[in-house]
Design a protein around this ligand. Structure first.
Ligand code: AQP
Length: 344
C-alpha cells in the first residue's frame, strides 16, 4: 500500500538543548519542510521517564518550541506541538505494548545505558520508551523520521512493531478496507556530517544534555563568549589537521570538530580538510569559533526573544496540538476498529 509521505520527529524538554540536538535533528527538520508535511513534537511524555521538576518542565517545553521556531520551522505550514496534549500517543502506545515483545525491548541499548547498574530502580516508562516512540510516529502514519544516530535502534523497533501489527491484524486490516498494511514502515533519515556529535571534552562520548560539565557541549542559548571559550578549551591532540579524511580515523576529537565545522558550513569533512589540511588546531579553532557564533548566535538571540512571550509560545503549542489531534484521532479510530474495540 502507498502511504502519504509525512515526517515526524521529537525532542525531549530535558534542558540544555545543545549543538548535537541542532545538527543531528533540528537543522534537518528545517531542511525537510520544503519537501514533506511535517510534525515536530516536544516529547514531554518521554521526558518524564526520568524525574523532571514540575516547576521546570514548562520552561523546558517552551525552550524546545522556541528552538524549533528560531531555527526556521514554520508553525503555520507545519505542526509544532507538545506530546501530552494529544492523548492518542499514550493510547496507541498501550496497544503497541501488547504488540512488542519483551525480548525486543530487552535489547535496547539506550535503556541499558540510562538505567545503568541500578536497573531495578528505573521507571517502567524508561523501559517502555521505545513503544511510546513507535506510537508517536505511527499515530500519524509517518513515513520518514529524521533523528541522530543514537535513535537508530529505536527506529528499527518502530518498524518491527508496525510490521507485527500489520501481520497480526492482517485479516481485520483488509476487512476494514486498509489493504495489505495499516501502518507504514517508517524510514530513519540519519544523514549529513554530524549524525553523532561528540562531547568537546571526550571525543568518544556523545554530546549530551545530562553530562555534568557544561564545557562538554555548546548550548543553543550560549552567547558568543561562552561558545568561544568552550571551543578554545575543547580537547584536541598535538598533531596538525590531516589533509585527507582517512587521517581522522583514530583521532576522535579532531574528527568531531571537523564534522561540526562541516555540518555548520553545509559542506563535507573532505571539503573542510581541503581548506584546513595541515593547519594547527589554534587556526582551525578560531575559524570554528567564528562560524559557530555566526550560525548559532542569531538562533540563541531569537530563542531568547520568543521566550519572553510564553503565552505566545503556548498558543502555538495549543494550535499545533489541535491540528495533530485531528490526525491522531482518525488513526486511533481505525486502530480501535482493527483491534476489535467497541466504540460509539
Ligand atoms: N550528540 C548528538 N549528536 C547528534 N544528534 C543528537 N541527538 C541527541 N544528541 C545528539 C538527536 O537529537 C534529537 C533529540 O534527542 P533527545 O531529545 O532524545 O535528546 P538527547 O540529547 O539525546 O537527550 P537526553 O536523553 O535527554 O539526554 P542525554 O543524552 O543527556 O541523556 C534526537 O533525534 C537525537 O538523535
Amino acid at each position: 500500500m502507498a502511504f502519504q509521505e509525512r515526517v515526524f520527529s521529537g525532542v525531549q524538554p530535558t534542558g540544555n538543548l545543545h549543538l548535537g540536538n541542532y545538527l543531528g535533528a533540528i537543522k534537518r527538520f528545517v531542511e525537510l519542510q520544503d519537501r514533506y508535511d511535517c510534525l515536530y513534537c516536544v516529547v514531554d511524555l518521554h521526558a518524564i521517564t526520568v524525574w523532571q521538576d514540575p516547576a521546570e518542565l514548562p520552561r523546558a517545553t517552551r525552550e524546545v518550541t522556541a528552538a524549533f521556531i528560531a531555527c526556521g520551522i514554520d508553525p503555520t505550514k507545519h505542526i509544532i506541538f507538545n506530546q501530552s496534549q494529544v492523548a492518542e500517543h499514550a493510547e496507541l502506545a498501550w496497544v503497541f505494548n501488547c504488540v512488542a515483545r519483551l525480548g525486543w525491548l530487552n535489547r535496547m541499548t539506550q535503556f541499558k545505558e540510562k538505567a545503568g547498574k541500578d536497573r531495578e530502580n528505573a521507571s517502567v516508562g524508561l523501559y517502555a520508551y521505545p513503544t511510546l516512540m513507535a506510537a508517536d510516529i505511527l499515530i500519524y502514519r509517518a513515513t520518514h523520521v529524521p533523528v541522530g544516530e543514537d535513535q537508530k535502534q529505536h527506529l528499527e523497533l518502530s518498524r518491527d512493531i508496525a510490521q507485527k501489527f500489520n501481520n497480526d491484524f492482517r485479516h481485520a486490516i483488509r476487512e476494514h478496507g486498509y489493504g495489505d498494511g495499516f501502518f507504514p514502515l517508517p524510514e530513519p533519515l540519519i544523514t549529513g556530517e554530524a549524525t553523532r556529535v561528540m562531547s568537546l571534552r571526550d571525543g568518544t562520548r556523545k554530546m549530551s544534555k545530562s553530562e555534568p560539565s557544561d564545557y562538554s557541549r555548546i548550548n543553543l542559548t550560549d552567547d558568543a563568549d561562552a561558545i568561544a571559550q568552550k571551543i578554545r578549551k575543547a580537547k584536541t591532540d598535538p598533531e596538525p589537521l590531516p589533509s585527507e579524511e582517512a587521517g581522522l580515523k583514530l583521532r576522535p576529537e579532531a574528527d568531531n570538530l571537523v564534522g561540526i565545522y562541516a555540518a555548520l558550513a553545509d559542506t563535507t569533512r573532505a571539503g573542510v580538510l581541503g581548506q584546513f589540511g595541515n593547519a594547527q588546531f589554534s587556526t582551525f579553532k578560531s575559524a570554528l569559533v567564528d562560524l559557530s557564533v555566526a550560525k548559532l548566535g542569531p538562533i540563541g538571540a531569537e530563542m531568547k526573544r520568543l521566550l519572553r512571550d510564553p503565552v505566545g509560545i503556548d498558543s502555538i503549542l495549543a494550535e499545533g496540538s489541535a491540528r495533530a489531534q485531528k490526525l491522531a484521532g482518525e488513526t486511533m479510530k481505525a486502530v480501535k476498529d482493527i483491534v476489535g474495540f467497541v466504540r460509539s
